[in-house]
Design a protein around this ligand. Structure first.
Ligand SMILES: [Zn+2]
Ligand SMILES: [Zn+2]
Length: 267
């Protein structure tokens, strides 16, 4: 019995389906818990009007999302545990904003993801003008360290996501990457094994096996997320994920309730 802590729904503008459909899919997949974690508004780019429709929820929509999550949790209470979360951006310098924002909300957990380096999206096909891949990679890792230290998050999302568009210049374990994993370990945050990379051309999860093994080596706890953008992807690739976790030495995954984590043994 596993948990899926990374899912989306129609409100972000690029995922399909209602929250309830994701919960139904989790029951079908035989999961123990499902976490709802749609994309938060992109606060650092401005909120009204929506800076980038189709990328994340609008700020106006957020209260309805919270209400909808509560309703769904009650509706399925007898059948599966539904955890209330959000996938938040992290942007350098926005620590206080996100810490205050999420602490004031009745959430079970918050995923902090580095999707943006300032105004540049890591999913852009091109590098920012005048920047090298090495330089962008360094900023990405420093931003990830700051996200871990910010105190705003329980989980760091898709750790090596910079590889999605081929912007990761070095797949080896560099000193700065090792330092980043150490910072994550000292910060006490959890990472996720995000299976969505297996469903993309990449054919590899986030983080890649070598990096996951390094996290294990430094004692960083892990949880599981499909990053489903359609209900049918809830729990996708979890058999491979569980095998990978065991291969690198993990014996448990984390689950969250009211921002506190507890361990779920893998066997
Ligand atoms: Zn998305
Ligand atoms: Zn993400």
């Amino acid at each position: 019995m596993l948990v899926d802590y990374h899912t989306h729904h129609y409100r972000c503008g690029h995922a399909q389906g209602q929250l309830g459909a994701y919960v139904e899919a989790a029951i079908q997949a035989g999961l123990l818990e499902i976490g709802l974690s749609d994309h938060s508004p992109i606060y650092h780019l401005g909120s009204d009007p929506h800076p980038l429709p189709g990328t994340a929820m609008s700020e106006r929509e957020f209260p309805a999302y919270l209400q909808d999550m509560h309703e769904v949790r009650e509706r399925f209470r007898e059948r599966i545990a539904v955890r209330l979360g959000v996938e938040s951006d992290y942007v350098l310098g926005w620590d206080e904003h996100y810490r205050t924002l999420w602490n004031a909300m009745p959430l079970d957990y918050v995923i902090g993801s580095v999707h943006w380096l300032g105004t540049w999206s890591i999913f852009s096909p091109e590098l920012p003008p005048g920047r090298s891949a090495e330089d962008v990679y360094e900023e990405y890792l420093r931003t990830t360290q700051a996200a871990a230290r910010s105190g705003a998050y329980d989980i760091i999302g898709h750790l090596d996501c910079l590889k999605t568009r081929g912007h990761l210049p070095d797949l080896s374990i560099t000193p700065l990457l090792e330092e980043t994993v150490q910072v994550i370990a000292e910060s006490g945050v959890t990472i996720e094994l995000n299976t969505s990379g297996w469903r993309k051309e990449l054919g590899a999860p986030y983080p890649r096996e070598e990096l996951l093994a390094l996290c294990r080596h430094h004692g960083v706890p892990v949880t599981l997320g499909s990053d489903a953008h359609r209900p049918e992807d809830v729990g996708a690739n979890f058999a491979e994920a569980a095998a990978l976790l065991e291969r690198v030495g993990y014996t448990s995954v984390m689950r969250f309730s009211e921002r506190k984590r507890s361990e779920l043994p893998l066997q």
